[in-house]
Design a protein around this ligand. Structure first.
Ligand SMILES: *[C@@H]1O[C@H](CO)[C@@H](O)[C@H](O)[C@H]1NC(C)=O
Ligand SMILES: *[C@@H]1O[C@H](CO)[C@@H](O)[C@H](O)[C@H]1NC(C)=O
Ligand SMILES: *[C@@H]1O[C@H](CO)[C@@H](O)[C@H](O)[C@H]1NC(C)=O
Ligand SMILES: *[C@@H]1O[C@H](CO)[C@@H](O)[C@H](O)[C@H]1NC(C)=O
Length: 328
């Protein structure tokens, strides 16, 4: 495993304060794309080697989905897909009312990604919820913690098909608050200074300990999994939408891991994409997110994501983000 780590170089650049770049470097041999998308711009984007075979086709059917037109045809800044579970209606409501509020932030769209329940009544509630909010994407795999990787692929798939006019894709859990006003400013800065670069990049939280931690879990639960790194952590990460299309296509060729983030790390490595570490823009420890957020000031408010341990914290942190945005 140590050798594996040598295939990637850890290069530290200070492009601007607090951004660190990690470049994945593996050597692809052949340019080919045997996927279903005919768009020639996409064709040149996924690099496969001779031994790559389709081993993970994502053939699930939609049970519920919003109108194909919710993203419209104009430029959007962001499409967020929230991985959530069926019973978390309150959490979804909170998200709709706060960071994802489309009245406040017309250039973003949000959908919730779910699998199916065994119970008819529960699935039917989702049909009703979607009729009102037009933001539920439900596929026919079983909704369970062990299927999170499938859920993420479902998110990338939906974005590829129905929202490719959004500049960035955000994969996010339902217990993370987004500081939307600051995130939109971050996008503007990236567009202005690093447009081409960001097209091939994704952004997230990186913890060097996580590789060893996951290996421990695999050992203790006696799972048949080969964990390879590096990978970012799962709760919230940003991907250029151009790249999220390639993540989806590449997922056909990579065997799922039970860990969603390990899996996306593997896709990223195969795609030789840039990972940009944004650790300093996160409140990643939910035990003190609230405390930390309360200390933010007009001059120090560049935090984009806060993990929350309760819906109370979620609301309070959002209120703080919102009040700071009004101080301009
Ligand atoms: C893709 O198609 C080419 C020919 O068009 C073929 O040689 C290659 O083996 C295929 N690759 C996969 C992964 O199916
Ligand atoms: C939308 O984005 C494309 C690509 O960045 C750009 O060429 C076009 O001018 C934009 N359109 C609008 C209406 O902003
Ligand atoms: C979004 O914000 C607007 C303006 O503050 C508010 O009127 C509306 O109720 C909010 N939408 C949701 C779904 O809460
Ligand atoms: C999803 O998870 C359930 C329960 O863990 C499992 O039985 C099922 O095989 C998984 N996969 C799919 C595609 O539903």
């Amino acid at each position: 495993m140590l050798k594996k780590n040598k295939i990637f170089n850890l290069i530290i650049l200070t492009l601007f304060a607090n951004l660190i770049f990690i470049f994945f470097a593996s050597k692809p041999q052949l340019l080919a794309d045997n996927g279903t998308n005919k768009n020639s711009d996409d064709q040149k984007q996924i690099l496969l080697s001779k031994k790559d075979q389709i081993i993970n086709p994502h053939n699930y059917k939609y049970i519920v989905k919003p109108s194909n037109k919710i993203c419209g045809s104009g430029n959007l800044s962001l499409i967020a897909f929230v991985t959530t579970s069926i019973k978390k209606f309150q959490e979804r409501q909170l998200i709709r009312q706060t960071w994802a509020n489309q009245t406040l932030f017309p250039s973003i769209r949000t959908v919730f990604i779910l699998g199916k329940s065994k119970y008819y009544k529960i699935n039917n509630d989702l049909v009703k919820e979607n009729a009102i909010y037009q933001d539920i994407v439900q596929e026919d795999f079983i909704d369970s913690y062990t299927n999170l990787t499938i859920k993420t692929i479902a998110g990338f798939k939906w974005v590829s098909k129905y929202c490719s006019n959004a500049r960035y894709t955000l994969k996010i859990d339902d217990n993370v608050v987004v500081n939307t006003p600051e995130l939109l400013k971050f996008f503007d800065r990236m567009e202005k200074n690093h447009k081409q670069f960001t097209k091939h990049s994704y952004f997230g939280y990186y913890d060097p300990e996580s590789l060893a931690d996951r290996k421990k879990i695999v050992l203790s639960k006696n799972l048949k999994e080969k964990i390879q790194g590096p990978f970012h952590l799962s709760p919230a990460y940003l991907v250029s939408t151009d790249l999220s299309k390639r993540f989806y296509k590449m997922s056909f060729y990579v065997k799922p891991s039970i860990f969603e983030d390990v899996y996306v790390g593997m896709l990223a490595q195969k795609l030789r994409t840039n990972f940009i570490m944004l650790n300093k823009r996160y409140f990643h420890n939910w035990d003190n997110s609230l405390q930390q957020a309360m200390k933010l000031t007009k001059k120090n408010k560049r935090y984009y994501f806060a993990l929350c341990k309760s819906t109370q914290d979620f609301k309070a942190i959002w209120n703080k983000f919102e009040s700071l945005s009004l101080l301009n």
